[in-house]
Design a protein around this ligand. Structure first.
Ligand code: HEC
Length: 153
């Protein structure tokens, strides 16, 4: 009986941590444009999404996925982002956005350090999407790899 309780506790605990890290994992991709805390105006146009209700995020992501939203002219690009997530992942990342509390997350993320290479890539990606409104992350990645090769890395 004691053993059973311990197993249940372990299961509960591990599923909670898996959930948290996954939302964070998914959001890493979003953070490139929306900021680590979701508190940046993406490409200087979007609203700051930190603290949006999960419902609102889910609805918005579905809207982009279906091609129904194009608020600032970057709808196609967000469609590319939203399409990569299945319904479950959409819910998980939405919950994560809802729970984004600027200071706490900032500290956690800072503790983990982002490599300067990643920051450079983020800057490159932003620049790319500014010039190519209908560009794709896939193409941007290829261009970035090419750029690294040219730099002799
Ligand atoms: C390459 C940059 C980029 C990435 C990566 C990205 N977004 Fe966006 N996001 C934008 C831009 C630009 C807009 C504004 C689109 C438009 O014109 O409607 C936007 C809009 C949004 C909005 C609506 C904001 C508003 O002002 O109405 C939400 C919510 C959102 N993104 C969530 C996400 C989530 C969640 C992810 C990760 C799965 C993500 N985004 C990844 C650039 C990005």
């Amino acid at each position: 009986m004691v053993l059973k309780k311990a197993i249940v506790a372990t299961l509960l605990f591990s599923s909670v941590t898996a959930f948290a890290s996954k939302g964070e994992e998914i959001f890493k991709k979003c953070a490139i444009c929306h900021g680590l805390n979701g508190d940046k105006k993406s490409l200087n146009v979007s609203e700051k999404i930190a603290g949006w209700s999960a419902d609102k995020v889910i609805k918005t992501l579905h809207g982009y996925k279906d091609g129904d939203i194009n608020k600032y002219g970057f709808g196609k690009m967000m469609m590319g982002q939203a399409t990569k997530l299945d319904d479950k992942q959409t819910q998980i990342v939405a919950k994560f956005v809802e729970e984004l509390k600027p200071k706490k997350v900032q500290k956690e993320m800072k503790d983990r350090h982002i490599g300067s290479e990643e920051l450079k890539y983020n800057a490159f990606l932003k620049d790319y999407f500014k010039k190519n409104r209908s560009g794709t992350t896939k193409e941007a990645k290829l261009l970035w790899k090419k750029h690294l090769l040219e730099e002799g890395k």
